[in-house]
Design a protein around this ligand. Sequence first.
Ligand SMILES: [Zn+2]
Length: 107
Amino acid sequence: MESNETGVGQEGPVRLLLAAALAVVAIGSFRRQKRVLAVLSGAGAVALGYAATAGSAESQAGPEARSIEPTSRSREMRCGICGEPIVSGQGRRPHAEYGTVHDACLE
Ligand SMILES: [Zn+2]
């Protein structure tokens, strides 16, 4: 039950954060007279804010459909070489080109 709740609410907050970040950029750009950037990022903030609101409404309507996938899937780390999830206990290391990878995949 607990994992379902976090899974459903995951996308909305991220989009809201992005929207907030874009809004900050928009305000900062406007103050520095960069009007084009201000307009673009402002529009992005509005679009993301709308998507976040629409997304959460949608997930409230159909939580069953969205809870099929394991909650941890979007949060878990994935190997940049084989694409498999890296679970705790597996050897892993940062790689300059692939991000985080399995120890085994480097050999
Ligand atoms: Zn791997």
